[in-house]
Design a binder for this molecule. Structure first.
Ligand code: PMP
Length: 365
């Protein structure tokens, strides 16, 4: 860790989550005056040449990392993934049609509930009866013929499960909430009609939402939608219809540059696989800890596990926090522990957690 940096603890938060240290340090150096500009990035017009270049660079790097060409539009919007729960059906569903939603977790459920406010929704493949501990197999999913789209949640942040093989949807566009595993590994991005993600886990700070949308789907946006919620308008204005979250986009751009420096998505995937494999090995080692996601559905990003009792979980969390391991408490809806180890989470932090887990088991087990 560079000596210029104050002490940082290990941040296992599910989001907003840890950012790459290099990104924070560059932002710190440039905060008061962008090199060659003499003003903070927060102080310049979103229509200035400087900001246009920052935006263009960020979009170009998103394209490079995802491998998507100009058949896709890259949008950087606001309102978080939660606003996409509404914008997706408002733009894509259309009257008289049905959208399929595969129910793999609390966020998937929320997405479906918002879509129901807009139109006709078919919820399918639910694994709720299994506490969302797994991704459904294809036989459990019943898709509507001629559906407007099929919606999935690529990584279930709360439950710690992740899709590996995407569902086959034929000509029906696949729409994904990829908030918690976007750019954690190579994905066949061109299998999606639309993919969205709140930035605050793998892309940058909260306040920016990435939307990748296939150009032909922009034609579905009804002209009478509220302007800000219309993908077509946002696309025509290159995400500059109104003042965008300029500082967040700048930080997202630095984060993309950092990802490229690690070898892009293949590079980060190797690191993520190593981190997750170590941690799951420890979870499985003795039976004291118990992983809550079924093996074949386990997430590389959110590792969820329980201890033998809620008392021990409380104590684990308290002592972990005291040892500089922050944010391990599971989501309030499921309990237990959750270690979120997104792209920027350092491998030394996983090693520190494993060491702590062994020591805790030795003294309390
Ligand atoms: N979807 C998923 C998978 C999430 O993990 C979250 C946030 N944790 C959301 C949606 C909601 O995102 P936002 O707060 O950006 O609206």
């Amino acid at each position: 860790m560079p000596s210029s940096t104050v002490h940082r603890i290990y941040n296992f938060s599910a989001g907003p989550a840890v950012m790459p240290l290099q990104v924070l340090e560059q932002a710190q150096r440039e905060l008061v005056s962008l090199p060659g500009v003499g003003m903070s990035v927060m102080e310049i017009s979103h229509r200035s040449k400087t900001f246009e270049e920052i935006l263009a660079r960020a979009i170009a790097d998103i394209r490079e990392l995802s491998g998507l060409d100009d058949r896709y539009q890259v949008l950087l919007l606001q309102g978080g993934a939660s606003l996409q729960f509404s914008m997706v059906p408002m733009n894509l569903l259309g009257a008289g049609r049905t959208a399929d939603y595969i129910d793999t977790g609390s966020w998937a459920d929320k997405a479906a509930k918002e879509a129901k406010r807009v139109g006709d929704v078919n919820v399918t493949g639910s694994t709720k009866a299994d506490n969302y501990s797994r991704i459904p197999n294809p036989a459990e999913v019943t898709l509507t013929a001629g559906a407007a789209y099929v919606h999935i949640t690529t990584n279930n942040t709360i439950e710690g499960t992740e899709w590996t093989d995407l569902p086959a949807t034929g000509q029906v566009p696949l729409v994904a909430d990829a908030s918690s595993n976007i750019f954690s590994r190579p994905m066949p991005f061109d299998r999606f009609g639309l993919l969205y993600a709140g930035a605050q886990k793998n892309l940058g700070p909260s306040g920016v939402t990435l939307v990748l949308i296939r150009q032909d789907l922009l034609e579905r946006s009804p002209a009478n939608l509220p302007t800000m919620m219309n993908y077509k308008v946002q696309a025509e204005n290159n995400s500059l219809y109104n003042t965008p979250p300029t500082f967040g986009i700048y930080l997202l751009g630095l984060t993309m540059k950092w990802l490229k420096s690690l070898g892009g998505l293949a590079g980060i995937a190797a690191i993520n696989q190593r981190k997750a494999a170590k941690l799951y090995t420890e979870v499985d080692r003795s039976g004291f800890y118990r992983g809550t996601a079924q093996h074949e559905s386990r997430s590389l990003m959110n590792v969820t596990f329980r201890l033998p009792s809620e008392e021990l979980e409380k104590l684990f969390n308290k002592e972990a926090t005291a040892n500089g391991l922050d944010g391990l408490k599971g989501h309030r809806s499921v309990g237990g522990m959750r270690a979120s180890i997104y792209n920027a989470f350092p491998e030394e932090g996983v090693d520190a957690l494993i060491e702590f887990m062994r020591e805790f088991e030795r003294t309390r087990g």
